[in-house]
Structures are given as C-alpha cells and as structure tokens.
Design a protein around this ligand. Sequence first.
Ligand SMILES: [Zn+2]
Length: 224
Amino acid sequence: MRGWIVLRRADWRAAWIGGRLQLSLSVRPRHASLSGTILYWPVSINEVLVFIADLHEFPSGHSPVPDGELYIVRGALVGRGVLPDGVVLRAIGWLGDNVPRVGDTAAQCIARLVDAHDRGFVFKDHSRGWHSCEVCERLGVDTHVYHEVHWADRTLQLYGHGHFIVLAKRRLLRRRVAYMFPALLLHYLLVHHYRPPDEFVTAVLVGQFLNEDSLRLVDAEPLP
Ligand SMILES: [Zn+2]
C-alpha cells in the first residue's frame, strides 16, 4: 500500500476502464493523504482507482454524473444537463469490491427501485462502458454484462451501465438532496445484502426519480 492520494481536477481525466472509474494523471501527485470521502487508490503512477463513500456530497453545481459532464439533446439543441437549482448531489452505493454495511432493506424500497428500473429512469453514461460487480469478482463469482436478481416472483437482468438519481421529498433549509446510485444497486441489495443509509431509503420511498427530462439544459448550442 502506497497511501491515498488527492488529485486536483486539473491533474486528471477520468474514464471507465476495466469496470472501474480510473483516472489518468497528467502530473505526478505531489503529496499523499486522505481527503474527504472520495478515496483514490493509486495502481500506478498514471492511474488511480476511485471509491466514493456513501453520502459523499459533491460540490454545488456538480454534474449529475460521477465525473465529467452529462451532455443532453433537447429538440434541436445540445448542451450540458444540470440538476435543478437548489439540489445537491450525494453518492450512494458506489461500493467497489467492499460492502460497508450489511442488513435487510425494506421491501417497499426494493419495490420502488424495481419500478424505477422497469420505467427506464437510468441515466446512461454514454461513452462510459458497462461494468460488472467487483464484490462478485473478489469472491470469485463469474460476472457478466447482465446481473440476474430475483425479487418477489420476478427475475430482473440488471445492466451494469449508468446510474439512477432520486430526489428527496424533504427540503433542508433551501436545499433538496438528490441521491445518485449505480445501476447495479439492486444487485448489491439483493445479492450482497448491502444496507444503504436510512435517509436514502426514505428518499426512495417518498421521493421522485429523475431522468434527463428533469435536468436543466445549459450552454446550449444548435445540433451540428
Ligand atoms: Zn455481486
């Protein structure tokens, strides 16, 4: 172990490689430390792995994707998609190969997540590829593009690509929290018994799932 490193945004660019968000460094990191709740694990001088802790709150105005920008098309325009004003983004379920808490999740919460899956609320990360469950990989279980999960009398095939965002109903001061979680969350809940934080469960139960139509379009330009 060579320690955790903190990177300035200008120092790296991100890409999904081999199922993990990997960052390529443009400069050699100057210091090693642990910062906040996003952890960077160096695998070489040019690459680090990123683990985003539960309830990590992204900076105000952060794009509705783990990293980079989300470009959307609306009519004849293309531009960046951003969250509605006053909405802050927190991360849930970006586990890597580790399950931080184990326990049962309320059946109503699972049912709402299945419903959001069925209704296609997933944000597609466009250029980012699909990824498979790293917990399964660590346990030596074969992983595939699709992760089969069983719920009630149904079998779902989860595609490890993209993420979901659910907006909490409750307003805190003038802010509302949106929770961003990966497409494989139902697999983590049902297969690995990952227990998400209670505030997220409440948001799923009474909040609103977002899709690209929920975003504001900024820096819009005519489609080429
Ligand atoms: Zn798994």
